[in-house]
Design a protein around this ligand. Structure first.
Ligand SMILES: Cc1cc2nc3c(=O)[nH]c(=O)nc-3n(C[C@H](O)[C@H](O)[C@H](O)COP(=O)(O)O)c2cc1C
Ligand SMILES: Nc1ncnc2c1ncn2[C@@H]1O[C@H](COP(=O)(O)OP(=O)(O)O)[C@@H](O)[C@H]1O
Length: 317
């Protein structure tokens, strides 16, 4: 798979020189959920059927970030490199990453089609039913259809439904912010993952029999609701079961400024400091509590671990 970064205005000569006719899926694809996968698969299948190259075009950073409307979107679900990896898994030949800056934000729908899509030799454009493009989001799928005539065929993909809901990045964000990782998994087609580095905590975990890897998440992930979760952890090329707390440790702190994410891995002993680990959120177990004594906290973490083990055994069957 080829990855090509583009900045508007696109060097027309270079674009035309390297481009082979293609079927292109266009979108932000935050999370690359089942609805997005459906759109991208259409591009891959359509390319195969018509002897074209399959491609995805996405935009980075997220327009809401650049245009200062990030309040509406707490954060993105998936960093760019993870989106690209998912495109690869879907069998895409080429990924275009268009820098979303203020210049690009001002491009008209006509210019987008004539100065970006045509030079890249897009023969088929595949977009979701709610796709918008061009300055102020003025372009709709039908606009693309009209502007693409006669040489660009546009395929508008219907909403992907699951249990009566339109699958969307917003629904996934809400599920994670409410502590419903199972719902997020259904919509994504796989458990929600957060990757991060193991940093030093307060050094107390070991002393209470539950060492916990403190995870500093990389930018671009959403930290789910605070509380205790059953998790799978990927470290050193292996997946391992564990239990995780996202919280402010009220048993020990009046007011910790920021919640921390701490994972206890079952059946593991060793040094994780400085390693990159990936957490998969499988099930929410409970909210965090202030305990009257360390012994009460320890017996609760034991109970959490038993519960997580049985949830994960059933899950991994
Ligand atoms: C499964 C699990 C559940 C936890 N639940 C709570 C809790 O309900 N209340 C609390 O104050 N701390 C809770 N903690 C956090 C512990 O207080 C914390 O792991 C311990 O103080 C060690 O912190 P350290 O690794 O930063 O030294 C939990 C930790 C784990 C792993
Ligand atoms: N089973 C385990 N789960 C998590 N971390 C473990 C485990 N076994 C050993 N460790 C190591 O112990 C560290 C956590 O110990 P802890 O006393 O909680 O210290 P800290 O407060 O620095 O996180 C982890 O970062 C990791 O390097």
């Amino acid at each position: 798979m080829e990855i090509i970064s583009l900045q508007y205005p696109i060097d027309q000569a270079r674009a035309t020189q390297h481009s082979v006719p293609k079927a292109l899926a266009i979108g932000h694809f935050d999370g690359v959920h089942r609805g997005h996968q459906n759109v991208i698969r259409r591009a891959v299948e359509s390319a195969k059927a018509s002897g074209l190259q399959s491609a995805v075009m996405t935009f980075h950073p997220h327009p809401k970030e650049v245009l200062g409307q990030s309040g509406q979107y707490a954060v993105c679900l998936t960093p760019l490199e993870d989106k690209v990896e998912r495109f690869r898994r879907l069998g895409v030949n080429v990924v275009y990453i268009v820098t979303f800056d203020l210049t690009f934000a001002g491009v008209s729908p006509e210019d987008f089609v004539n100065e970006v899509l045509r030079p890249l030799r897009v023969k088929k454009a595949i977009v979701g039913f709610d796709f918008t493009f061009g300055a102020k989001g003025a372009g709709k799928p039908e606009t693309l259809w009209a502007l693409g005539e006669p040489d660009i065929e546009v395929d508008i993909v219907d909403p992907y439904m699951q249990n009566g809901d339109k699958v969307s990045s917003t629904l996934i964000r809400e599920a994670l912010q409410d502590g419903r990782p199972e719902a997020a998994e259904q919509l994504l087609g796989e458990p929600y993952q957060v990757r991060g580095t193991v940093i030093h905590g307060e050094g107390r975990g070991r002393t209470i029999g539950f060492p916990t890897a403190n995870v500093q998440p990389e930018a671009g992930f959403l930290v789910p609701r605070q509380g205790v979760y059953a998790i799978m952890v990927h470290v050193d090329g292996k997946w391992m079961p564990g239990v995780l707390n996202i919280g402010v440790k009220p048993t020990f702190h009046e007011k910790l400024p920021e919640p921390v994410m701490e994972a206890h891995l079952f059946d593991y002993s060793g040094d994780l400091y400085g390693k990159t680990i990936t957490i998969e959120f499988i099930a929410f177990l409970r909210t965090e509590k202030k305990f009257g004594s360390i012994d009460e906290l320890i017996s609760q973490i034991k109970a959490d671990s038993d519960k997580a083990r049985s949830v994960l055994t059933a899950y991994n069957k």
